[in-house]
Design a protein around this ligand. Structure first.
Ligand code: BES
Ligand code: MN
Ligand code: ZN
Length: 472
């Protein structure tokens, strides 16, 4: 049994009932638990209690109890259960009011938090950890109704989608190549009866995708443009287009990156992974929405055939671009994918990309950078992001920034200097989306973690799923 305790030894109603059953033994044992958010204390063999083990989880000050504390408590409970090898649990955290959220919110975030805590990526280790740390049955003490059942189904599908994105992000770049991503899309198509199409280099040449092809030039891995379609709504309904950056490894090209932490550039396909994850989730829950996922994917490598700083290329839109830095490659593959997206006459287009280090400097690892040419769309995305606790912060996209992209030799350059680097990157993309309702998510800071906990996060799959459901 997992039970919550606030600071000052204030028991939640469920914990109070258990304490009564145990003749006050719970309160007595509380000694060490200060109730700090996310702290845990394990009790065994409490008198009068059938449960083998009782896990107390700190919820912090009762007056401050809200979303962040709930999420933290669920996560802490999940990590503790995993450490204990406890597969099955009754989670008496979900029944308490969290801010102004309905119970369905609690359910969704309980599932997502637990699944996140139990996630492992050990498929490339020869010695697997004991299988005891997989998740078994979790009992949620709520009286079931259709709304809660739906929340449960939504959360499970979202967790599966986020897990897919996470695993694709964690896979090394010698395995997760553009062809691997294309195969993954085909597998999803088969499993969920989606439409899928993979455009090859010659197709892109025919379409005039000079910007995309300029990035792929030096790689031995063939580039792919993946198109994945899910139709859950009426045929006539315009689709929501999701465009994901799929650089399976970003060396920087001729503008080579420094060696330190370059391995992390395997995550540069996280936008692509999140599009696959979101479509998987929405298809699995049979969401009443039409979606088209568009994924330009290739490697950014140096080499004899590589693009050079100074090269001028013609994008599919007809606009010419002076490549001043080959490391600003994401925008080059995305601009052609965005032009291509217009074919589907989407209601709205959202691109997702680990686009700039500057966004990490601006917003750190907490908020995804949000840019949009339509304020209503931006507001809808922010609301979905708050609900999914997969948060975004809107950045300006004012004309004033556009002049930084000036070029003496082409229509514009692919970089705008260091000031406002994430904004000028978005400005670059905005020149290809003038006819579209468009938003751009810069996930460079939120798609993965560095340091000891290095790994992919699966963001922003929860946000994309929530947004698409709201849109449906
Ligand atoms: N994939 C990187 C962005 C990135 C950097 C994501 C660090 C996460 C962490 C992107 O392709 C890139 O290299 N951007 C350059 C742009 C610059 C050359 C204008 C950057 O951010 O340094
Ligand atoms: Mn780059
Ligand atoms: Zn990149």
């Amino acid at each position: 049994m997992v039970l919550g305790v606030h600071a000052g030894k204030e028991l939640t109603p469920a914990a109070r009932r258990l304490d009564q059953a145990a003749g006050g033994a719970l309160k007595q044992a509380l000694g060490d638990l200060a109730g700090r958010t996310g702290s845990t204390l394990l009790l065994r063999a409490l008198p009068g209690v059938a449960a083998e083990r009782v896990l107390l989880v700190g919820l912090g000050e009762k007056k401050d109890y809200a979303e962040a504390a709930y999420r933290e408590a669920v996560r802490a409970a999940g990590l503790a259960l995993r450490e204990l090898g406890a597969r099955d649990a009754a989670l008496f955290l979900v029944d308490g009011k969290v801010g102004a959220r309905p119970l369905s919110w609690n359910v969704r975030h309980a599932v997502l938090g637990l699944r996140e805590a139990f996630y492992r990526f050990d498929q490339l280790k020869t010695q697997k950890k004991a299988p005891a740390s997989t998740l078994g049955h979790v009992f949620l003490p709520l009286s079931s109704n259709t709304q809660l059942q739906q929340a449960l189904a939504e959360a499970q599908a979202t967790a599966d989608g986020a897990e897919l994105a996470r695993t694709l992000g964690n896979l090394p770049p010698n395995i997760c190549t553009p062809s691997y991503l294309a195969d993954e899309a085909k597998k999803l198509a088969k499993q969920f009866k989606l439409g899928v199409e993979v455009l090859e280099r010659k197709d892109m040449e025919r379409l005039g995708m000079g910007a995309f092809l300029a990035v792929a030039r030096a790689s031995h891995q063939p580039p792919k443009l993946i198109v994945l379609r899910y139709s859950g709504a009426a045929k006539g309904r315009k689709p929501l287009a999701l465009v994901g950056k799929g650089i399976t490894f970003d060396t920087g090209g001729i503008s080579l990156k420094p060696a330190g932490e370059m391995d992390e550039m395997k995550y540069d396909m996280s936008g692509a992974a999140s599009v696959l994850g979101a479509i998987r989730a929405l298809a699995a829950m049979k969401a009443p929405v039409n979606l088209v996922g568009i994924i330009p994917t290739c490697e950014n490598m140096p080499g004899g055939a590589a693009s050079r700083p100074g090269d001028v290329v013609t994008s599919m839109s007809g606009q010419t671009v002076e490549i001043l830095n080959t490391d600003a490659e994401g925008r080059l593959i995305l601009c052609d994918a965005l032009t291509y997206a217009a074919r589907y006459q989407p209601e709205a287009v959202i691109d997702v990309a680990t686009l700039t280090g500057a966004c990490v400097i601006a917003l750190g690892h907490v908020a995804t950078g949000l840019f949009a040419n339509d304020q209503k769309l931006a507001d809808e995305i922010r609301e979905a992001a708050d609900d999914a606790w997969d948060r975004v912060w809107q950045m300006p996209l004012w004309e004033d920034y556009q002049e930084q992209l000036r070029s003496n030799f082409a229509d514009f350059a692919n970089i705008g200097g260091r000031p406002g680097g994430s904004i000028t990157a978005a400005c670059f993309l905005s020149r290809f989306t003038r006819e579209l309702r468009w938003a751009h998510l810069d996930i460079a800071g939120t798609a993965w973690k560095s340091g000891r906990e290095k790994g992919s996060t699966g963001r922003p799959v929860p946000l994309l799923v929530r947004f698409a459901l709201g849109y449906a």
